[in-house]
Design a protein around this ligand. Structure first.
Ligand SMILES: *Cc1c(COP(=O)(O)O)cnc(C)c1O
Length: 420
């Protein structure tokens, strides 16, 4: 045994200690929360038609700032991005049997959101380079039942949202952007999340900025904004407000607390620097390893800015001659934390394989002939099985020194991979 052996074979790891966890929460957030507690009103919402229907001081202030920052007319806070997705499906009036086209490689909530309204998720494959929904496959899957497309700006890389929007306008369908992973990413100079009819941001603990839990829907459409506000707060009750039809509206309680909103407000002020840190980290690692044969750093289309929620490195198993799982394990042993494949293509989850989502009789899947068999999205399956190495950029406090060590660890495993 020699100390320069691979750590997985008993050698010395390049990064001997676990990378320190990162937290963007500090004194300002603490003071903001104390202020709210002093005021004593921990939620400003009231489920009846008063000004409080739209939330309290902190919620409204956060929404106003969000509008300014992202240059949109309406920001509607929620208690999560998942809630925002559900509310969006209700806002655009998804009805039983309507089809909603989604990518399979994403967090599960993207695909689940339409099902509670009886919608049928239809999976379109992803692009082999950007890992976002593939517009050519979307075109093949659009039909008269298609009501919406949910585009995900996966890992912080913009999907082809402008092109998707054109397609949607031609076909009279909605474009929803799940922008949980991509705050401040841009496509053609426009923030992702603000290109489609509704965009949804996440403020959960793992994202670039957070308030513990939380989400923000943005839209420039006043009618959709009002429906989102209704669904957020028991909208079926609101019969006095005549411009918002409250039939075909089941309200939830998706309201954000004043505490979360106060943290979100402070975090929003830091968003530029928080995102910049993650970009720098990912760009340096990419530059350090991207020229290795068989390894590809993230691909960014022209006129796009990537914000790297996840640094997803593409691995060519055939060329490198070592299975991705072995390579990944060896990296972890050197102290380079990573996992492979991101997440399983969602249609392989039991809910789709057994076609049981709500109740026992297969509703709403029994309204459709759609199949979820393995093989429907071959690119997503291949990326999941043997091509993606993922590093969660927001999870770690990373010094310049550690960036160098991460690159060194990667190159060590790369060069000695024949010993695996
Ligand atoms: C994190 C995430 C969500 C869910 O966000 P929550 O705020 O936790 O509900 C949805 N979609 C994507 C793509 C995500 O990354």
């Amino acid at each position: 045994m020699r100390i320069d052996d691979l750590a997985i074979n008993g050698g010395e790891p390049i990064i001997p200690k676990k990378l320190p966890a990162y937290s963007s929460i500090g004194k300002e957030e603490s003071l903001a929360v104390q202020e709210v507690i002093k005021r004593g009103s921990l939620s400003g919402f009231y489920g009846s038609w008063t000004q409080e229907f739209f939330g309290g001081y902190e919620v409204k202030r956060l929404e106003e700032e969000w509008c300014k920052k992202f240059k949109v007319n309406h920001a509607i806070s929620m208690n999560s991005n998942t809630s925002g997705l559900y509310a969006s499906m209700g806002a655009i009036e998804i009805s039983p049997g309507d089809e909603v086209i989604v990518p399979p490689l994403t967090m599960s909530a993207t695909a689940m959101s339409s099902i509670i309204y009886g919608g049928i998720p239809i999976f379109a494959d992803i692009d082999k380079d950007t890992f976002c929904i593939d517009i050519e496959d979307v075109k093949r899957k659009i039909n008269s039942k298609t009501k919406a497309i949910i585009s995900v700006n996966l890992f912080g890389n913009p999907a082809a949202n402008h092109e998707l929007l054109k397609l949607c306008r031609n076909k009279n369908i909605y474009l929803i952007e799940d922008n949980a992973q991509a705050p401040l990413a841009t496509e053609q100079g426009k923030y992702t999340g603000t290109i489609g009819d509704i965009g949804i941001f996440s403020l959960n603990y793992h994202k670039h900025i957070h308030s513990g839990e939380g989400g923000i829907c943005v839209t420039n459409n006043p009618k959709l904004a009002l429906r989102l506000q209704g669904i957020r707060n028991h909208g079926e009750n609101i019969v006095k407000h005549t411009s918002c039809s409250t039939v075909n509206m089941i309200g939830f309680n998706f309201r954000m607390t004043e505490l979360s909103a106060s943290i979100g407000y402070v975090q929003l002020k830091k968003i530029e620097s928080e995102v910049r840190k993650r970009k720098k980290l990912a760009e340096k690692i990419s530059a350090g390893i991207g020229s290795l044969e068989g390894i590809s750093a993230p691909f960014i289309r022209k006129d796009c800015e990537h914000v790297y929620y996840v640094l997803a490195i593409k691995y060519d198993e055939d060329l490198l001659g070592v299975s991705i799982s072995k390579f990944s394990e060896a990296l972890n042993a050197e102290g380079f934390p990573n996992w492979t494949g991101y997440s399983e293509p969602l249609y392989l989850l039991p809910i789709f394989q057994k076609k049981i989502a709500i109740g026992k009789d297969g509703w709403p899947f029994n309204l459709s002939q759609n199949s979820y068999q393995k093989g429907i999205c071959p690119v997503a399956e291949r990326l999941h099985e043997k091509e993606l190495i993922c590093f969660e950029t927001c999870a770690y406090e990373i010094s310049d020194e550690n960036i160098k060590l991460l690159i060194k660890a990667f190159i060590k495993v790369y060069k000695k991979r024949h010993l695996l």
